[in-house]
Design a protein around this ligand. Structure first.
Ligand SMILES: *Cc1c(COP(=O)(O)O)cnc(C)c1O
Length: 476
């Protein structure tokens, strides 16, 4: 399996060569040359597998430059009971109205990003060790991504993390989660500014190619292909649990969406042959993607036009993984992708309305939005009717999924976070304190390790110079 760029300007490369890179050199995103197909018989044969074993099978269809035995060791380490300590790693929890939750938030940071990041941590360490190389991950976070990355990379050989976060802008829980890590390869830097300021500093430093190369700066952002591949696994897992043995019935999925990474993995699973009827895309008030699937017009917003909502992890202005879906939509024509993104740059939008009939008929996509009032009402109603407490992002999914539920087709709503992470909205909706999982109780009492810094890229640069292990001092 080789990987190509959505913009056509990259020679095909194996998985391990694209693993540590962000964008393809031509500015596009990497995609497998062709999507591996899974037959009904193969799928049926996977029913008895545990999560780690299933992950090794599915990831193995995308990765042919890591031996199968090694890959299984990596998935067993990533998806170990110590990492996902609940009674089940990825539980399917029935709600009512034909819906169930696919529980993706049983990991260390209580959000679905752990599912992919834990694999990323293992495979980064494996590849870096094999190459005798090191990597310094520089990132910015508003909360969820940073903590998932840090928990996945802590203590990993060859990897050092520098994570910028906006001072005083994260919840107390999110701060405690990140800053309580004491591992020497994790550096938390709290910037006197907002998330966009942190992001700008990352762009400045990563854009300085000399610095980037000298310090081997890398990223773990949502365009990383290994994250997408690892997310494909739980669509198969959910399907295998929602259908009886021997069945090839269809299942629908609803995905609370922001950067289009999670639902893109659903699209890939469907293209692989998983019997998925609908992929229901849920947005909050920031409805760039809902608008596209409703009208065919893709019109990213400015930061100023991006609302701060009570499902903050979906507050995006442009969906960084969307280009991968468009690549498939336009028949994998890189020239067409290039011209669309050129249009985006010059006119701020593009219009694929002519392909609109395909969105649902060919690809199963439908969409809807949810507001703050919808979120509160949904959290309250689900709690009263079923006793299950859901987080605000998952509530957006439940709200949007409802009109798309069909008789005889299970609807799995992806549970992208646990309510403990967003206590304020839970209190507003149902007036109770969300339970904190046992392994995180007492988190806020732990000592915190964070460096405060002015909003100044040069100070961050100097800090990295001081603390990044230089490649030649590390060579084996
Ligand atoms: C990241 C995130 C999302 C959005 O996922 P995308 O892959 O960016 O579409 C939704 N909910 C939660 C809780 C998240 O952390």
């Amino acid at each position: 399996m080789k990987y190509i760029s959505t913009r056509g300007g990259m020679a095909p490369q194996p998985f391990c060569d694209i693993l540590l890179e962000g964008l393809a050199p031509d500015g596009g995103l990497t995609m497998p040359e062709s999507v591996p197909k899974v037959s009904a018989a193969t799928l049926e044969g996977w029913r008895a597998l545990g999560y780690a074993e299933l992950a090794a099978e599915i990831l193995g269809t995308f990765i042919d430059d890591i031996p199968a035995d090694d890959l299984l060791q990596l998935t067993r380490a990533a998806y170990a009971p110590e990492v996902f300590p609940g009674p089940e790693m990825v539980p399917v929890k029935p709600l009512n109205g034909g819906m169930s939750l696919l529980g993706l938030s049983e990991g260390p940071t209580l959000a679905f990003k752990d599912m992919a990041m834990q694999f990323l941590g293992q495979v980064f360490e494996y590849v870096l060790t094999r190459r005798g190389a090191t990597l310094n991950i520089l990132g910015a976070t508003s909360g969820d991504t940073g903590s998932a990355a840090e928990y996945a990379m802590r203590g990993k050989r060859g990897v050092t993390v520098f994570m910028l976060s906006p001072q005083g802008r994260m919840s107390a829980f999110q701060r405690a989660q990140m800053y309580s890590l004491q591992d020497s390869n994790i550096h938390n830097i709290a910037i006197d500014g907002v998330f966009d300021d942190c992001q700008d500093i990352v762009k400045t430093l990563a854009g300085d190619l000399e610095f980037k190369n000298a310090y081997r700066l890398g990223a773990v952002n949502s365009i990383n292909w290994a994250r997408i591949a690892a997310q494909v696994v739980y669509y198969f897992w959910g399907w295998l649990r929602a259908t009886p043995a021997g069945s090839s019935a269809h299942v629908s999925f609803c995905v609370p969406s922001g950067n289009f990474g999670n639902i893109l993995a659903g699209h890939i699973a469907r293209e692989m042959g998983l019997p998925v009827r609908r992929l229901v895309l849920a947005t909050n008030e920031n409805n760039v993607l809902e608008e596209f699937f409703r009208t065919g017009v893709y019109r990213p917003r400015s930061s100023a036009q991006t609302h701060a909502t009570s499902s903050p992890s979906m507050d995006i202005s442009k969906a960084s993984n969307f280009e991968r879906f468009v690549f498939d939509l336009v028949g994998r024509d890189p020239q067409r992708v290039k011209s669309l993104w050129g249009e985006l740059e010059s006119r701020g939008q593009f219009d694929l309305g002519a392909l609109k009939p395909q969105f649902e008929q060919r690809y199963g996509f439908v969409s809807g939005t949810s507001s703050h009032a919808d979120r509160l009402a949904t959290i309250r109603r689900v709690y009263q009717e079923t006793g299950v407490l859901i987080d605000p992002h998952t509530a957006d999914g439940v709200k949007v999924a409802a009109p798309f539920v069909e008789e005889g087709v299970p609807m799995l709503v992806l549970e992208t976070a646990l309510p403990a992470k967003f206590a304020e909205t839970i209190r507003e909706a149902v007036g109770i304190e969300p339970p904190v999982p046992e392994h995180l109780a007492g988190l806020d009492a732990l000592p915190q390790r964070v460096v405060n810094m002015a909003c100044d890229a040069e100070q961050v640069r100097n800090y990295i110079r001081e603390f990044a292990p230089l490649p030649d001092s590390e060579a084996p």
